[in-house]
Write a protein that binds this ligand. Structure first.
Ligand code: MN
Length: 200
């Protein structure tokens, strides 16, 4: 058969990239998750008094995330899962910190494996949108948009599978300094978008 050559190195690489996430739990057999506890998210929730009060008794895990150890090189794709626990600080639902990509002009796909939440998007010019996430639904994060997942379920984890350009990088800087323009809070039992009173 003519015309198909692949190097031993490339074959080894492809074999090593088998997706080993359990698509029910988001967990991998070979890779431990990174864990983000509530205390590591100081300053990110709007209700600081509620935040401090929670930490007096516990320091719960807000979310876990992981990717496989893939090369962060141009032309490759990187992928992983994030597992966001249910919970609120005051009336604000648990969220992932959220990030821009270092290479701002790169998009991403999030596919919801389990749970109920929102993907909150915001670009540097201030355009924003929130997309509902339910199991079996995908959200496209356009280039230039910071992205944050938010779990609005009272009792179920929000588990998402994501794929992005491997060299895109993560830029948390402006979100850690300024936050998001919008927040997702519970009002009359329903998820509601409000302006972030602390946004600078
Ligand atoms: Mn991303």
């Amino acid at each position: 058969m003519a015309g198909f050559n692949i190097s031993k190195e490339a074959l080894d690489f492809i074999r090593g990239c088998t997706i080993d996430f359990d698509m029910n739990t988001g967990l991998s057999k070979t890779v431990d998750t990174g864990k983000r506890s509530l205390s590591q998210m100081k300053g990110m929730f709007a209700d600081e008094a509620a935040f401090e009060k929670m930490l007096e008794t516990d320091d719960p895990i807000v979310y876990e995330f992981h990717g496989l150890p893939l090369p962060e090189t141009e032309g490759d794709l990187s992928f992983g899962c994030s597992i966001l626990n249910p919970g609120k600080v005051g009336d604000e639902y648990y969220f992932t910190k959220g990030h821009f990509h270092t290479i701002l002009e790169t998009g991403e796909v999030y596919y919801c494996l389990k749970g109920h939440g929102y993907m909150l998007l915001e670009n540097p010019e201030g355009d924003w949108s929130a997309h509902e996430l339910k199991a079996g639904e995908a959200v496209y994060v356009p280039k230039r948009y910071a992205h944050r997942s938010i779990n609005v379920s009272p009792d179920e984890q929000l588990i998402t599978f994501f794929v992005y350009r491997a060299d895109a990088g993560h830029n948390y800087g402006s979100i850690e300094e300024k936050g998001y323009r919008k927040l997702l809070v519970e009002r009359d039992g329903k998820p509601t978008i409000i302006d972030n009173p602390n946004w600078k």
